[in-house]
Design a protein around this ligand. Structure first.
Ligand code: NBP
Length: 486
């Protein structure tokens, strides 16, 4: 189809035509929408139009004024620029020229507190603001992302059909829904990314055990992951891990994974998830360990100083442990599955806590539904989470869902064994290990927190409660050690 002329108006506009924005604009155009496009530097706009005009109807503009004028009312403009100052700058430019009732959508990876602030500021100017988390990277933006829009309900009514037209679809359901007011969409996208960190890390830990424990080659492990991808672990991340492991470096002929520097990068959403969890008091240990594992991997100087330079204790080899390879592979698969369950369960706990704190009324079932397609953590497993919340919308923990409890029956022993093997082999498995401790803490009848309360009361008179009567108590530690009610 030819590029549109100035006489027709666009249903949607995209500002920022780097990787995400240009692919999102193409996706809108391919799905029958006329799309206004604008980028600060005109080269990206020109390139989009010269390369992809055949995708559908675009209205390119060289100024923000022309861009806004090319939108039908209520005007709907999605910002896809760098998060932070760039987003604020573009919001201000748009708000200057937009009119009451128009909708500004921020589709970048904004910190949800920025979204809350922006919505307040924009609402005061008579406009609507929607912070929408968009997952799926470049490929998702083009072929169907998972979209998590927050903001006012009226905006969803005006935006919903447009977003549904470009979202991924699973079993006939588009992977987009209104998440809740103001920052709810970006909050949920943040935790999605945190879960993604943990999911990637547990896959990495399984690889590490198979590679350096069972001495398997990357190609052999790729086959194992491809096999795992046919069962409970069926997911995009397992699928692409097999692809990465199969890749051979053209220059050296070695497996690519062996020539990639083992220092993992991060852009911040995992870290935000953990910081927020700390503030909310939600133990997202799996996500925390995953963020710290990336940080440790990138501490190259410290690692170099420690390599071969710290006592290991008496480690065992795979052979000395007398392990059967096929059994070990299956045990690792189960440990991965169990740890992943913990990570998701903790992520959903954080979403519930955030939703309660901000009164967003986020429905966890909706999230599991829209994460089944388009996004990086898409997985068969999410169907089970949907069912879990269908059965009990008030589940205290995903781990307590009858299906997952049943799964854990078969996972717990291999999980314990793998944590022991990892320790004996001297291989790091921070999420496998800490997730098991979390699990044991959660189900424990007594925790050492009683000791901590005693210590706190001893040095700081912080008081404690008793299990056998109401009230708050203090022991006179530096006096006669009698107990008083305080
Ligand atoms: P980038 O995050 O790399 O941002 C580049 C875009 O921002 C360009 O269009 C650039 O315009 C524009 N920009 C900047 Br930088 N400063 C600006 C300013 N002051 N005023 C106007 N425009 C400005 O693009 P991206 O990777 O496509 O990501 C877009 C958003 O989507 C980000 O928030 C990102 O976090 C999020 N996201 C990315 C992914 C992904 O896989 N990449 C996935 C999910 C979400 P210019 O061309 O004139 O420099």
């Amino acid at each position: 189809m030819p590029m549109s002329t100035e006489t027709s108006l666009a249903q949607i506009g995209v500002v920022g035509l780097a990787v995400m924005g240009s692919n999102l604009a193409r996706n809108f155009a391919r799905n029958g929408n006329t799309v206004a496009v604008y980028n600060r530097s005109t080269d990206k706009t020109d390139k989009l139009i010269s390369d992809y005009a055949t995708d559908g109807n675009f209205i390119p503009s060289k100024t923000i004024e022309d861009f806004v004028a090319s939108l039908e009312k209520p005007r709907r403009a999605i910002i896809m620029v760098q998060a932070g100052h760039a987003t604020d700058a573009v919001i201000n430019q748009l708000a200057e020229v937009m009119e009451e009732g128009d909708i500004i959508i921020d589709g970048g990876n904004a910190l949800y507190t920025d979204t809350v602030r922006r919505e307040r500021e924009i609402a005061a100017r008579g406009l609507h603001f929607v912070g929408a988390g968009i997952s799926g990277g470049e490929e998702g933006a083009l072929n169907g992302p998972s979209i998590m829009p927050g903001g006012p309900k009226e905006s969803w009514d005006a935006l919903g059909p447009l977003l549904e037209s470009i979202a991924a679809v699973v079993d006939g359901t588009p992977c987009v829904t209104h998440i809740g007011p103001d920052g709810a969409g970006h909050f949920v996208k943040m935790v999605h990314n945190g879960i993604e960190y943990a999911d990637m890390q547990v896959i990495g830990e399984a690889y590490q055990l198979l590679r350096f424990g069972a001495d398997m080659s990357p190609a052999e492990i790729a086959d194992v992951f491809a096999e795992w991808n046919k069962g409970d672990l069926d997911s995009y991340l397992i699928e692409i891990t097999a692809e990465v492991l199969r890749q051979v470096d053209a220059e050296t002929g070695k497996p690519l994974v062996d020539v990639i520097l083992d220092a993992a990068g991060q852009k911040g959403t995992g870290r935000w998830t953990v910081k927020e969890a700390l503030d909310l008091g939600v133990p997202t240990t799996a996500i925390g360990e995953a963020v710290f594992a990336r940080a440790l991997s990138s501490s190259l100087g410290q690692r170099a100083a420690a390599q071969g330079n710290l006592p290991t204790g008496s480690l065992k080899t795979f052979g000395e442990l007398g392990l059967d390879k096929a059994e070990f592979i299956e045990d690792v698969r189960r440990a991965l599955y169990a740890s992943k369950l913990v990570a998701y369960s903790q992520g959903f706990d954080e979403i519930k806590a955030g939703s309660d704190e901000h009164q967003w009324d986020v429905d966890p079932r909706d999230l599991a539904t829209i994460w089944r397609g388009g996004c990086i953590i898409r997985a068969k497993f999410l169907n089970r989470i949907v069912e879990a919340y269908d059965n009990n919308a008030e589940l205290p923990s995903l781990l307590l869902d009858p299906y997952f409890k049943g799964e854990l029956e078969g996972l717990i022993d291999p999980w314990r064994k793998v944590v022991i093997y990892a320790t004996q082999l001297g291989l790091p498995a921070p999420v496998f290990t800490s997730s098991l401790s979390y699990y044991d803490s959660l189900r424990a009848e007594r925790l050492p927190a009683a000791i901590i309360q005693g210590q706190r009361d001893f040095f700081g008179a912080h008081t404690y409660q008793r299990i056998d009567k109401e009230g708050t108590f203090h022991t006179l530690w530096s006096g006669d050690r009698s107990e008083i009610e305080s």
